[in-house]
Design a protein around this ligand. Sequence first.
Ligand SMILES: [Zn+2]
Length: 601
Amino acid sequence: MLSINSLNRQTALRNVKALCPPLATILINTYRTNTNLFVDGESILSREGTTQGDPLGMAMYAIATAPLIHRLSSDSIKQLWYADDAGAGGTLDGLRSWWDQLSREGPDFGYFANSSKTWLVVKEEKLAEAKSAFEGSGISITSEGRRYLGAAIGTDTFVKNYAADKVKVFLDEIDKLTAIASSQPHAAYSALTHGLASEWTYLSKTIPDLSAILLPIEQKLHREFLPSLTGQNTFNQIKRDLMSLPVRLGGMSIKNPAENCFSFYNSSKIITAPLRKLLHDQSESLPYQTINDQIEAKNEVKKQSREAQTESSTNLSSVLPAPLKRAVDIAQEKGASSWLSTLPIAEHGFNLHKGDFRDALCLRYGWKPSGLPAKCICGKAFTVEHSLSCPHGGFPTIRHNEIRDITAKCLSEVCHNVGVEPPLQSLTGEALSYRTANSEDGARLDIKAQGFWGGDRVSAFFDVRVFNPFAHTYHNQSLAASYRRHEQEKKRAYDQRIREVEFGYFSPLVFTSSGGMGPTARVVYKRLASMMATKRSKPYSKTMDWLRCTLSFSLLRSAIMCLRGSRSRGGHPAHFKLEMDDGTIDRAICESRINTSPDTG
Ligand SMILES: [Zn+2]
């Protein structure tokens, strides 16, 4: 039996005051007077229940209804309450006396049962008996089924029809997003992955065997949404499967709902098992053991899900054509996908307009961007590879300088004496062992900062290099080997001179143009994030994610500039300005849902 009712606020507050004094003050302050609800420029007073979205709302319901629930408990029924929705299952006689008692005693607890919104769901063969048992109660009775807490219970047909009706609504929504994707792909992508997709995920978690019913969603995503989003006309199955991988594995997290529904349902069953047991036993408390069991269940599901994703990624990798495989390897680097998993909020510099978003996808997957000139100003063929390396227009320099400036700005928060392009002291007879060591007078590195590695007077020197991993030179080399090669080159040039002449430390900061970092750079930025986190009293992981995301967007914007910027004389693209005022980073992290290792569910 499912019942939607209302809870009187004043009585509820009295109950909370008696049962849970620590929570009473804030709830009384929130709900003592009637709340104004603003609808279309007019306001109405809210007197009942809690305000939607109030994080304390559920606690208020739970505490205020607890004495009533306790009084209603009996051996012939099992109760299930969610906020002010009351539910019970059991024998017909048991349910009738539960309902009568709820109607009779509820008002003393501020709880008013509403028979016109209450349904009794029974098996077909019990229908006549139920009608007579509930005669005069005003309750509606059905043997088909009812919607319940965002899912449905009842006959198989009823539940499947309920899901099918939901899917119709989802298909309309995907149509709208497909239309939006043609002009605002970044926004449409975020709306799908951060919003709409969770609707059918919820459905898959609550109703079993939805594969056939969800198939039209998959077909629409594959045939209409993805082409509109990416600007790519053809999407074969391999390409579609790639898009369903999580972004950290080189995909776009646009999962195939018809395939994923089984694992969603099973995961949900595993995670809710400890709570289901409590409901079955009608326990009135939440033991620590249950909380621990649930945490364990969640971790187990996460682990299984990660393993399954890695397996799909490995299987797919073996059938990808070589250039796409290389592109996916590069996209799997930590940091190379931050721009996809972050919400596109313009104020924080994390949004891409139509052309930029499609170009970013072309760079990610090695697809050919549309409308490129046939020849570069330098006379060579204008390919993506060429555009990322050609020095005309000064784009590689701008790309390098932006990373240098972002790093220097962050360093100046936590170190003394931070300088850009510090000149090195001239050599006066010191011998450097490497043939490629830089011994020039007036040699400069990119950044100098005091106290970075500890010791207030010791200087740390950094030099930035961004290389294009798609360039021909690197094709037969693993990414790890390419990073090593660049770090070694820089170290041979400067390490000894910095140690022996400047008495400092030298660290090469090597990046790929798609956002990956070399091993030394990873150590440096981890330390930088940890220092910034301590200074700002913020969690390290969030600060690191913000830093990664900021660097990743900078490199992405630079790559797009290389691709689209005017290489003729006088074309000077706008320089990105990093905002780091109080609160800006915090808001960026919170509003953009930055999380560079997302996606296991
Ligand atoms: Zn060129």
